[in-house]
Design a protein around this ligand. Sequence first.
Ligand code: HSE
Length: 429
Amino acid sequence: MTNKTWRVGVAGLGTVGGGLLQFLAERPDFAPAGGRAVITAVSARNKTRARPVDISSLAWFDDPVALAASPDIDLFVELIGGSDGPAKAAVETALKAGKPVVTANKALIAVHGAELAALAESQGVPLLFEAAVMGGTPAVKMLREAMVGDDVASVAGILNGTCNYILTEMEKTGRSFADVLREAQGLGYAEADPTTDVGGFDAGHKISILAALAFGCAPNFAAAEIEGISDVELLDIKLAKDLGYRIKLVASAAKTEDGVAVKVHPSLAPLDHPLAQAGGALNALFIEGKRIGRIFIQGAGAGAGPTAAAVAADIADVMTNAQRPVFQAPAGALKPFIAIDPARAVGKAYLRIMAKDQPGVIAAISETLAECAVSIDAFLQKPVEGAGGVPIVLVTHATPESNLLDAISRIEKLQTVLERPRLLRVARI
Ligand code: HSE
């Protein structure tokens, strides 16, 4: 125990930064190691914007890098965002100056995590990022600390609140994707550029970090296979439901003998599965450990209060001098990330084929599927008003992805088929 006062410099005063100001104002008793954490200096784009707490008495820095280098702070909190630019420069500067760093920046850690871990470890200071994944729901500490005694086989879940909110609202209200996205932006879930959310990149950053923590390899965002939700149609949401599934943006990472597969796809989850039932902006995650078995966590993945609580938990780790490698192993001992060729993946899939409503259509489709060794598990033809053709939807048994892609290309060429069949994966959860 110590009476040390930690002088905290915060760069970025958006949703999370504002939440942290408020947290420390509300919690003067926050003293995990007996000492105190006091925000003494800040940096943001706009000095005069209204904030939840008066910052006029705090030292102001226009340049976050200058704040990171300041000898008047003991701990640097980076809440700017972005994988490069000022966020990266400021974090590097703080680490080089021997200051502990706490960040909520998933893009930075997913893209540059390995080099920053090496820098932090060479300087003997912590680099912590609980708030980067699932906001206030403690996924990072769970994998880095609690699961370190097990061998994690896979992690899979819903890691983007904006996409989850959009898909939930589209199903509930029958509104369009664009309409619900505007609402999500107004509610403060979405990133500054919503493409980061709806394109699947935010979930891709988060699952890349979880994969590194789970499997003890360097994060490798570039190797993640990413598909967002912008092309998910109301029609597929409805038809999937008729087949007993709900469409969710599922991020997953699995380890096999050959390597690691990191993926983000709009995927079908059985309606009674916990992932299908995690609605609204909730985040949810399954972790599969060899000895511990399956763990499921669910909670807030965004928002000022939850995310600031996660930042505060990291600040507590700094104050209590908790020492862990940045990922599951010291930076120099991280295993290489060997990506598995996506075409080798095997799983169930949903196909929607828009076809002319005439004799022989289904026979031609099922013949083509048989030629490609794709076996059907469930099948539905349902006339939909105004759909331009009749949708034929089916769920396959587990099939190699290469066979599916072959079948899709051949079905697209059938004379009675109107467009390229829509492929969605059934989540392996
Ligand atoms: N835009 C993110 C989401 C915020 O919607 O989940 C938290 O990372």
